[in-house]
Design a binder for this molecule. Structure first.
Ligand code: FAD
Ligand code: DHB
Length: 391
């Protein structure tokens, strides 16, 4: 079997890449280990940057995001028991959209299948071969056990942080940059009305909390916890008491309701460089992970794919490899800006278990500087709503 671009992984990166390539008349096949149902049910990101929504709209898969998602023109930073609004619309003239990642995935999968795209779900034993030759191969078994060898011009490794693509790059040709954080996020989905019109990022002496939303009747809440915390060991009452304590002050409290989903997410920063090896190109979480505090992961995957799709289009249209050759450098510049922003938001808002009273007072000073100055707030607003994609 043959295709031009073999794509490993049907997450946001892989699906969007196949859509953009199809727009340029470039065929691709997606090889994915999970089932369509599992992909469409996994709860992950919620915040779409201005440019991400614009990309979905431009390529015909943004209708539901625009109709059912919610535009947010700012966020609240909460500290010392008081809320401080960062007004994105006034500071930078851009907004973000709250629309869950699994809904983006439903929209992308439906659009790709309707257009006749070849997506192989539930594959096993996925392996890459000959990526430094001009005929790289994705070997895998189909759901029914049939062994397949997919010969490609180029392989796009879009298989997320637990995928195989980046491990195909030999250790000697790859640098891994890591940071792990001494905390995780305890995330819950609850049946309740929204507690606030915009997202709240709360600093407190008990640790960070995030108040987000999904629909008028479903809310998404997170609080900083031990990375090894057992989510099942917490009663609903204890979860609510912890969340309420972290956002308390100036009369504010959360609207409570039944908790119907819970889990603990680890926090790490990771970058693999280069993002290219021979004819293998990494995009999205396959090449980098950010801690979720900056809401950047999904958006960074979209930005990578825009750069990669343009490079592949140029290659097929002109035969020039110039944009493919610069892909890793161009994409990783944005990756490192997003790494810095995500690390900065994380460090400013979370309690370091090994930190001192000095560290807490320093964080409060930093939060005062950011919220009390137009320059400080503008940086946050620019980064959160998303920088323009550079090619
Ligand atoms: P993935 O979504 O991980 O997709 C990779 C796909 O590859 C998966 O479908 C996987 O099954 C498949 N795969 C894996 N291994 C193989 C293999 N060997 N062969 C074939 N296929 C394989 N980001 C934001 O921008 N905003 C947010 O608000 C936000 N919040 C988050 C909240 C949580 C709780 C979590 C966990 C993440 C959050 N993120 C957020 C990050 C975001 O979800 C990821 O960055 C995003 O999913 C990356 O997309 P991707 O396509 O690169 O990888
Ligand atoms: C959500 C997740 C994030 O990481 C974030 O920074 C904001 C919102 C969410 O799941 O809604």
């Amino acid at each position: 079997m043959r295709t031009r671009v073999g794509i490993v992984g049907a997450g946001p990166a892989g699906l969007l890449l196949s859509l953009l390539l199809a727009e340029h008349g470039i065929d691709s096949v997606i090889v994915e280990t999970r089932s369509r149902a599992a992909i469409e049910e996994t709860i992950r990101a919620g915040v779409l940057e201005h440019g991400t929504v614009e990309t979905l709209r431009q390529y015909g898969v943004g209708d539901r995001a625009l109709a059912e998602g919610a535009r947010h023109d700012g966020i609240e930073l909460r500290f010392g028991g008081q809320g401080h609004r960062i007004d994105f619309a006034n500071l930078v003239g851009r907004s973000v959209w709250l629309y869950p990642q699994h809904e983006v995935l439903k929209d992308l999968i439906a659009a790709r299948l309707a257009a006749g795209a070849d997506i192989r779900f539930e594959c096993g034993d996925v392996a890459l071969r000959d990526v430094t030759s001009d005929r790289p191969v994705i070997a895998f078994t189909e759901a029914d056990g049939t062994a397949v060898e997919l010969e490609c011009d180029v392989v796009a490794g879009c298989d997320g942080s637990a995928g195989i693509s980046r491990h195909t790059i030999p250790d000697a040709a790859r640098t891994d940059y890591f940071r792990t954080y001494p905390f995780g996020w305890f995330g819950v989905l609850v049946e309740a009305p929204p507690s606030a019109p915009e997202l709240i990022y709360a600093h407190s002496e008990r640790g960070f909390a995030l108040v987000s939303t999904r629909t008028p009747t479903v809310q998404r809440l997170y609080f900083q916890c031990d990375p090894d915390e057992d989510a099942a060991a917490w009663s609903d009452d204890r979860i609510w008491a912890e969340l309420q304590a972290r956002v308390a002050g100036d009369g504010f409290s959360l609207a409570e309701g039944p908790i119907f989903q819970r889990g603990v997410i680890p926090m790490r920063s990771y970058v693999c460089e280069p993002m290219r090896y021979g004819r293998l190109f990494l995009a999205g979480d396959a090449a980098h992970t950010v801690p979720p505090t900056g809401a950047k992961g999904l958006n960074l995957a979209v930005a990578d794919v825009l750069v990669l799709a343009r490079a592949l289009d140029s290659y097929y249209a002109t035969g020039s490899t110039a944009l493919l050759d610069s892909y890793s450098d161009v994409a990783s510049r944005r990756v490192w800006r997003a790494q810095h922003f995500s690390w900065w938001m994380t460090s400013m808002l979370h309690t370091d278990p090994a930190g001192s009273a000095f560290d807490v007072r320093r964080q409060l000073g930093e939060l005062e500087s950011v919220t009390g100055s137009t320059a400080g707030s503008t940086y946050l607003a620019e980064a959160y709503t998303g920088w323009p994609v550079e090619f």
